[in-house]
Design a protein around this ligand. Structure first.
Ligand SMILES: [Zn+2]
Length: 491
């Protein structure tokens, strides 16, 4: 028999985790999914409500067309098949912030199915399946603090009731907490690119629940899963999964059984706690929503929606590597948001030499940002600023050395390149040959030994003199002109 000390380390390798994620994002429509109330975040409690979203008897839902278009667009970006006909269903449960006693969702006929996204995995890439994408309405919010009497009472804010959501359910294809983290990062990035949600976790526009079980290697059947709910950052989800996998293995190794249940993660302690036994789908008594017609997204409408589909981050990165010669890593940084990638590409296209813009971003901007510990969105030099500086170097107006100095000033002053260039009096590298000739004579006079070596046939000394002249001109001279003048002078 093995001791407890042995079982705490060794068993991990005997088991493999199986993870599936359910992600809800709020759609950026101006109004709710079944009424014309505003979806604005932060309004005074219970001000964005009407008989429909309050669930008054006799009030009828009317489907928001924009919500359908956004949901379809997101599903397309996730490589899903769009079902021409989908059905809204009532999901029945009682909760204080759900005034109707049911939530309108989709059940056996969702809007879209059979999608996938790709995540980096080891050396290569791994495809993670997306089972379904469906539309539903959000519930209200129970408030436990921030109002008079909060010690004894719970308040209800129904502003969020009826806000449109999509739920994206992954296949249980995720094999580690790190992979779950990657999946969420990619998923969020794709949704942000489509513009259908701001995915703001602090405001609850993106929420994630994780299903996790463990099984022995080689075992076909899934183990009993638990669901971890309402974790509010991707990092915490990774931590929560890490903890939960270890907990399940410990339970099994010590002869216990896993109960199917919902668990909450306490980020301060890094542990999950049992909240309630998990509901099965049949507990919700789903049935088709009698107040809504089947939703039909036909070929024509689908084609219209597809026109709004932007180039997605993965494809864009691959193209940028090819087109601008940037590294994979820099392409990653430049595509961190669609806005930044758009700005970069606009600047690059507007500049005389797009590759030089990319080079300057890589060689001059990234390092300075890193040294300052700030992200590219906080860069004092904008993409347009980089393009302006690239053109000045391209035309020979300023030297590489001058550009470096100007960039330093931009970071010191927290100002964009064109502004600092103006403040410095639009410096030009020196093309004044009489001044340069004087410097050259001084340099030659000051280095007689090197001059002798040059005359004796050591032609590489030319580089030394160019360097000395550049130094004496404080980087203001144009190296090509210096080269020409020196060559003439030395015969
Ligand atoms: Zn309403």
């Amino acid at each position: 028999m093995s001791s407890a000390a042995e079982t705490s380390v060794a068993p991990r390798s005997k088991f493999e985790p199986v993870i599936g994620l359910e992600v809800h994002v709020q759609l950026l429509t101006a109004t709710k999914i079944f009424c014309s109330c505003s979806t604005r975040f932060g309004s005074p409690p219970n001000t964005n409500v009407c008989p429909v979203c309050l669930g008054m008897p006799g009030a009828l839902p009317v489907l928001n067309k924009k919500a359908v278009e956004f949901a379809t667009l997101a599903a397309m970006a996730l490589n899903c098949r769009i079902n021409e006909t989908s059905i809204f269903a009532r999901k029945n449960y009682f909760y204080p912030d759900l005034p109707k006693g049911y939530q309108i969702s989709q059940y056996d006929k969702p809007l879209a199915e059979h999608g996938y996204i790709e995540v980096p995995s080891g050396e290569g890439r791994k495809r993670i399946g997306i089972t379904r994408v469906h539309l539903e309405e959000d519930a209200g919010k129970s408030l436990h603090e921030g109002f008079p009497g909060a010690e004894e009472k719970t308040a209800i804010d129904l502003n969020r009731t009826g806000v449109p959501l999509i739920e994206m359910v992954s296949e249980p294809d995720i094999a580690s907490p790190d992979e779950a983290y990657e999946y969420l990062t990619r998923l969020k990035e794709i949704i942000l690119y489509t513009g259908v949600s701001d995915c703001n976790m602090e405001e609850g526009s993106l929420r994630c629940d994780a299903n996790v079980s463990v099984r022995r290697h080689g075992q076909k059947e899934f183990g009993t899963k638990t669901e971890i709910k309402n974790v509010n950052s991707f990092r915490f989800i990774r931590d929560a999964l890490e903890y939960e996998i270890g907990r399940q293995i410990d339970v099994i190794e010590t002869g216990g059984t896993i109960r199917q249940e919902t668990r909450l993660y306490n980020a301060n302690e890094g542990k999950t706690y049992s909240m309630r036994s998990k509901e099965e789908a049949h507990d919700y008594r789903y049935f088709p929503e009698p107040d809504l017609l089947p939703l039909v997204v036909d070929e024509k409408w689908k084609a219209e929606i597809a026109r709004a589909l932007p180039e997605l981050p993965e494809a864009r990165r691959a193209r940028m590597v090819k087109e601008y010669g940037v590294t994979e890593y820099d392409a990653q940084v430049l595509t961190v948001s669609k806005t930044l990638a758009d700005q970069f590409e606009q600047a690059a296209e507007a500049a005389k030499n797009p590759k030089r813009v990319a080079n300057l971003v890589q060689s001059e901007l990234m390092g300075r940002l890193k040294a300052k510990g700030i992200g590219i969105e906080q860069s004092p030099i904008s993409m347009r600023g980089v393009a302006v500086s690239a053109d000045l170097v391209e035309s020979g107006a300023i030297s590489g050395k001058m550009l470096k100095d100007l960039y330093d000033l931009c970071f010191e002053r927290g100002k964009d390149f064109p502004l600092v260039y103006e403040e410095e009096g639009r410096p030009q590298q020196s093309t004044d040959t009489s001044a340069l000739e004087k410097i050259i004579e001084e340099v030659l006079a000051a280095n007689p030994r090197q001059l002798e070596q040059y005359r004796a046939g050591k032609k590489t000394m030319l580089g030394f003199f160019v360097g000395q002249v550049m130094k004496a001109s404080k980087g203001q001279a144009n190296p090509q002109i210096v080269n020409g003048l020196l060559a003439k002078k030395l015969g």
